[in-house]
Design a protein around this ligand. Structure first.
Ligand code: NI
Length: 176
C-alpha cells in the first residue's frame, strides 16, 4: 500500500449555498476517491460526528462515510448509495449535523432502511440499518441531494438557526 498522507478537511457551514448542491454519481472508484474517503473519515472522527457527506467538504459526488458504532471502530464508506427498501413505520429522533454545529432538533424518518452502495473497492453491497444507523444514512443521503436537516424544521426555527450560524461564523472569523 502506498503511504497516503491523511488530512482533515474543512466542513461547509449552513447556510452556505454550496450545501444545496446535488451530488453527481461516482464514475470510477480509484485511489483518489479512497483518499478522499479516508480524509472524510478522519475529519468526521476529529469532529466527533457519526456521519459525513462529500457535499459537506465541498466535493459534489455521491460519497458518504459513517460510523455509528459505540467504539467508533467500524467505519463505513458508501459510494452511490440508494435506498432500496424503507419501512412504513417512521421514527422521530433528535439530529445534529457537523454543518450546523450546536443545533439539535427532531426529525421524522423511516425507522429502517436498506441501502445499496459500492464499497471502497467498488464492490456493491447492501446495508440494513435501524436506529441511529437508519437516521444517519438518511441524513447523509439528504446532503447528497443538497438538503440539510434544518429544512425539515419550521420556517421560524430555520431563520433563527440561520442567524445563529452566521453570527457564530462572524465571531470565529473575528477571533482568528
Ligand atoms: Ni449533516
Amino acid at each position: 500500500m502506498p503511504n497516503m498522507p491523511m488530512a482533515q478537511l474543512s466542513i461547509l457551514r449552513y447556510p452556505d449555498l454550496r450545501l444545496n448542491t446535488v451530488a453527481k454519481p461516482v464514475a470510477v472508484v480509484d485511489d483518489r476517491l479512497r483518499a478522499l474517503a479516508a480524509d472524510m473519515l478522519e475529519t468526521m472522527y476529529a469532529a466527533d460526528g457519526v456521519g459525513l457527506a462529500a457535499t459537506q467538504v465541498d466535493q459534489h459526488i455521491q460519497l458518504i462515510v459513517m460510523d455509528t458504532s459505540e467504539q467508533r471502530d467500524q467505519p463505513v464508506v458508501l459510494i452511490n448509495p440508494e435506498i432500496i427498501q424503507r419501512s412504513e413505520d417512521m421514527a422521530l429522533n433528535e439530529e445534529g449535523c457537523l454543518s450546523v454545529p450546536t443545533v439539535y432538533d427532531k426529525v421524522e424518518r423511516h425507522a429502517r432502511v436498506t441501502v445499496r452502495a459500492l464499497d471502497r473497492d467498488g464492490q456493491p453491497f447492501d446495508m440494513e440499518a435501524e436506529g441511529l444507523g437508519a437516521v444517519c444514512v438518511q441524513h447523509e443521503m439528504d446532503h447528497l441531494l443538497g438538503k440539510v436537516f434544518v429544512e425539515y424544521l419550521s420556517p421560524l426555527k430555520r431563520v433563527r438557526i440561520r442567524t445563529r450560524m452566521l453570527k457564530k461564523t462572524r465571531e470565529e472569523q473575528r477571533a482568528a
